[in-house]
Design a protein around this ligand. Structure first.
Ligand code: SF4
Length: 346
């Protein structure tokens, strides 16, 4: 295994020639099996609101996109979805929305977390963007188990260009606060942002390792037509397999992380399914959509998002079939983070 590998080692692996990539994938898959086994934890993701105050340059639901029909699910709607998740082996609910901080909205989310913990057996993951430490502390006290907040790029100048309202330092401060509060922390990055090189990709993977993240979500950059980056190609358009190379190297660099096969992989690689390929090239987690069908078309962070015409029941059914076809099983239990290295900072 490559735990603690230098950024130079990571860079060398990223430059694996095409003919040697099958061996790299096999190594990553063996590493995944040794660390996590063959069980696939399922996290049902509920995109409960597309209201966002930010204008990230790549995002289809950015505030400036007046063409988006905005929605917010009620607590009762979310709880109704949550109660059905365990039937299909989904033991975590992921509550995701745009970033729209407000005292009333943040308090409402705290009450929802508390009800989910009291009324269901689910682990609760939240993904709603940057907040002050006190807000994270209140959600933690309500029972929040995990938080997802991608840093998107480790290049501070590029981060600032892509996120007009935020800095990389602020994003990293949020991740540090969450870890300090005892929350399991997930982050990650986009693959193929404009101008990306092997060196920048290596730096992104090295940051995931250095932060000792519990979960790492990485997904392709796919330009949305209603954003300032419309028409900008993915930096790996001439070698799209680099997306899988990145997953494999990430696994080897940081074996204990839960790595989901993200939905955007299916948008970029529809046949065979990019998510299925990711699961045999280093990823170990699957996140079926549990968002009710009537809202899915309004939560398009990128174009051609898969499963927009489906409903939650179909996604659970499809997920079970995929996992069986891959010779894997649905993991039992909550799918919490694996233990951190002895002596690691809290
Ligand atoms: S990426 Fe997140 S914070 Fe940025 S505009 Fe989209 S929903 Fe809002």
């Amino acid at each position: 295994m490559l735990t603690g590998a230098s950024t130079t080692d990571i860079l060398t692996l990223l430059r694996t020639p095409p003919g040697e990539r099958p061996a790299l994938y096999a190594r990553a898959d063996a590493c995944r099996r040794a660390a996590h086994g063959d069980g696939v934890p399922l996290r049902g993701i509920v995109e409960f609101s597309n209201i966002c105050a930010n204008d990230c340059l790549y995002c289809g639901i950015r505030a400036a996109n007046a063409g988006v029909h905005r929605y917010r699910m009620s607590a009762e709607e979310i709880l109704a979805v949550a109660r059905r998740l365990p039937e299909s082996g989904q033991n975590t609910i992921v509550l995701q929305s745009g970033e729209a901080p407000s005292p009333a909205g943040d308090a409402r989310l705290g009450r929802l977390i508390a009800r989910l913990k009291a009324e269901t057996p689910l682990a609760v993951t939240v993904s709603v963007g940057n907040r002050p430490r006190a807000t994270y502390a209140a959600w933690r006290a309500a029972g929040m188990d995990r938080y997802l907040l991608r840093f998107e790029t480790s290049d501070a100048a590029l981060f600032a260009r892509l996120h007009p309202a935020c800095t990389l330092a602020e994003r990293l401060r949020c991740l540090a606060d969450l870890r300090d509060l005892g929350v399991q922390v997930g982050s990650g990055f986009m693959i193929g942002l404009p101008g990306e090189t092997h060196a920048r990709l290596a730096a992104n993977i090295a940051l995931c390792r250095d932060l000792d993240l519990d979960m790492v979500g990485i997904g392709p950059f796919i330009a949305h037509p209603a954003t300032p980056l419309a028409g900008v190609p993915n930096a790996w358009a001439a070698d799209p397999e680099m997306h899988f190379v990145a997953i494999a190297v990430l696994r080897l660099a940081h074996p204990r992380a839960h790595i989901p096969a993200t939905t955007a992989f299916d948008a970029l690689f529809p046949d065979p399914s990019g998510r299925d390929l990711a699961l045999v090239r280093g990823a170990n987690v699957f996140m079926p959509s549990a968002t009710p069908g009537r809202y899915r078309g309004d939560y398009l962070l990128y174009p051609d998002k898969p499963c927009v015409d489906e409903d939650a029941g179909m996604c659970a059914f499809c997920t079970a079939g995929r996992i069986v076809r891959l010779g894997r099983s649905i993991a039992e239990g909550p799918g919490h983070a694996l233990s951190r290295a002895p002596g690691a900072a809290p």
